[in-house]
Design a protein around this ligand. Structure first.
Ligand code: FAD
Ligand code: PYC
Length: 414
C-alpha cells in the first residue's frame, strides 16, 4: 500500500492523478479462510483489522452482501461520545473514543475525527438529576464529562433557544472530547488497511447459509459459492436475527428503522453537537455546512431502509423550537437504516451456541461511536475466547439477568 501524504498529493497533482492505486483489492473468494467476518460495516471491518493487527490472524475474508459501508455505517449521524452510565458501557465506548483520536494516523486515512464536544441537553428536572449522576459516574470511570448550566450552554452554542415553548434548557451534560467523524471514511480506512494486510474484502457476496458439523462451524454458503472457515464472526446489525436463524439459534433482538436528514449547506453557525432528548432531536453541522439531523426510531419492527413520516415531522418540530434559526432551511436528503435493538439497549459481543461462531450486534441507534473499540473487543474474543471489554456483553446475560441497562441511562430517548 502506497502511503497517503502531503508529498503524494502534490506528486499526483503534478501528474493528473494517474498514479493513485486502488484503495483495496477486489479478489475472488478462496476455498477457505482461518476466519470469515460477515458484514463489511464499520464493526465487521474493525474486527478484521484488529484480528490482523493485534492477533496476527490475517487469512481472513470479510463478506458483504452489498457494498462496504452501505449499511448503517454509511447512514448514521456520526455522533461520538462515551458518556454512558454503566461501567462496562463506559469502558468500551471510551476505549472506542480514544481510538478515534488516533485513527487517522493509525490507518493513514483521514477519517476527519472532530472532537468538537457534545452537549446533551437537560430539559426536565429528572434529566438534570440523571445527567448529574452520569457526570459523577463518568468521573469514577475516567470519562471526561461535566454538568454545565444554561449560561454555559448558550456560550457553547449561541444559536440555541434556552426557553423553548415546551421545555426550557436547564443545563447539559458536556463531553468536550466527544464529536463526529466522517462515517464512510471510517469504513474505507479500515477496508484499505485490511486489504493491505492481505485480507480479502468481498462485496456483492451475500451469506445465505451457515455450515455446521458436530455443533461447530465449518463454513458458509454464499451467492458466490461455499467458503470454508474455522471461525465465523457475524457482524450484520439489523440482519443479525436472520443470520442467527441460519446458524440455528435465536437472538433477543428487534430490527427497526431509524432515520436522519440533512439540510442545504449554510455558513458555519454551530461548532458543537447538540442532543435534545426530551423534545427528541439532535443536530450538528457537517464540514460542508449541512445541518445533520436525526430523530427517533420507528415504533414497529421492519426491514425498510426508510422511516415513517410522522417521525420527521416530530424531529423537525423539536429542532425548530430548540434552534429557531433553522426553521426556513430546506432539507436535501432523508434516509433510514435498520437498527438492531436489544431489551437493555446494550450490544451483544459474544460466543454463541455454535462452536466457532461469534456474534457482534445490538448496537442499535448508537454503534458508530463504538466501531474501533467493538472491533478491538470482538477480535480479542475471536482470537482468545475471552476479552475483558466484551465479556460483560455476552449473550448469557439475558438468561442470567445481568442486564447492562442503558435504556434510560444512556440518555438517548430511542
Ligand atoms: P452496518 O454498517 O449496518 O453493517 C452491516 C453490514 O452487514 C451491512 O453492510 C449489510 O449489508 C451486511 N449484511 C447483512 N446481511 C448480510 C448477509 N447475509 N451477507 C453479507 N453481508 C450482510 N450511532 C452512533 O454512534 N452515533 C450516531 O449519531 C448514530 N446515528 C445513527 C443514525 C441513523 C439514521 C442510523 C440508522 C444509525 C445511527 N447510529 C448512530 C447507529 C450506527 O449507525 C450503527 O450502530 C452502526 O453503524 C452499526 O454498524 P455495523 O457495522 O454493525 O452495521
Ligand atoms: O448514540 O449518540 C448516539 C446517537 C445519536 C444519534 C443517534 N444515536
Amino acid at each position: 500500500m502506497k502511503r497517503y501524504s502531503a508529498f503524494a498529493v502534490a506528486r499526483e497533482a503534478l501528474r493528473h492523478h494517474l498514479g493513485w492505486e486502488r484503495a483495496w483489492r477486489s479478489p475472488e473468494p478462496q476455498k477457505r479462510y482461518d476466519a470469515i467476518i460477515v458484514g463489511a460495516g464499520g464493526h465487521g471491518l474493525a474486527t478484521a483489522y484488529w484480528l490482523g493487527k493485534n492477533h496476527g490472524i490475517r487469512n481472513v475474508a470479510v463478506l458483504e452482501k452489498g457494498w462496504l459501508g452501505g449499511g448503517n455505517t454509511g447512514r448514521n449521524t456520526t455522533i461520538i461520545r462515551s458518556n454512558y452510565l454503566q461501567d462496562p458501557s463506559a469502558a468500551i465506548y471510551e476505549k472506542a473514543r480514544s481510538l478515534y483520536e488516533t485513527m487517522s494516523q493509525d490507518l493513514n486515512y483521514n477519517v476527519m475525527f472532530s472532537p468538537r464536544g457534545v452537549l446533551m441537553l437537560a430539559q426536565t428536572h429528572h434529566e438534570v438529576r440523571g445527567y448529574r449522576r452520569t457526570a459523577q459516574a463518568n468521573a469514577l470511570q475516567g470519562v471526561e464529562t461535566e454538568f454545565v448550566g444554561p449560561e454555559r450552554v448558550k456560550e457553547l452554542c449561541p444559536i440555541i433557544n434556552l426557553s423553548g415553548p415546551r421545555y426550557p434548557v436547564l443545563g447539559a451534560l458536556w463531553q468536550p472530547r466527544g464529536g463526529t467523524a466522517r462515517h464512510d471514511a471510517v469504513a474505507w480506512g479500515y477496508a484499505r488497511a485490511c486489504s493491505d494486510m492481505g485480507m480479502d474484502i468481498i462485496q456483492k457476496c451475500e451469506v445465505t447459509g451457515i455450515r455446521r458439523e458436530g455443533g461447530r462451524v465449518v463454513g458458509v454458503d454464499t451467492m458466490r459459492g461455499a467458503i470454508g472457515c474455522d471461525r465465523l464472526g457475524i457482524v450484520v446489525a439489523g440482519h443479525s436475527g436472520a443470520l442467527a436463524d441460519m446458524a440455528g439459534f435465536r437472538l433477543p433482538i428487534e430490527s427497526v428503522a431509524l432515520q436522519a436528514l440533512v439540510s442545504e449547506p449554510i455558513k458555519p453557525c454551530m461548532d458543537v453537537v447538540v442532543m435534545a432528548n426530551t423534545v427528541h432531536g439532535y443536530m450538528s453541522q457537517s464540514d460542508k455546512g449541512e445541518m445533520v439531523i436525526g430523530g427517533g426510531a420507528d415504533g414497529y419492527n421492519n426491514y425498510t431502509q426508510r422511516g415513517s413520516f410522522h417521525h420527521v415531522e416530530e424531529t423537525v418540530r423539536a429542532l425548530c423550537e430548540t434552534f429557531p434559526m433553522i426553521s426556513r432551511l430546506k432539507m436535501l436528503r432523508w434516509w433510514g437504516g435498520i437498527v438492531d435493538m436489544t431489551g437493555d439497549r446494550s450490544p451483544i459481543i459474544s460466543r454463541t451456541p455454535v462452536e466457532g461462531v461469534y456474534i457482534n450486534c445490538g448496537w442499535g441507534t448508537g454503534g458508530f461511536k463504538a466501531i474501533p473499540g467493538s472491533g478491538w473487543a470482538m477480535a480479542e474474543l475471536m482470537a482468545k475466547g475471552t476479552s475483558p471489554l466484551a465479556d460483560p456483553f455476552s449473550l448469557t446475560r439475558f438468561r442470567e439477568g445481568r442486564f447492562i441497562d442503558e435504556s434510560v441511562a444512556a440518555g438517548v430517548a430511542h
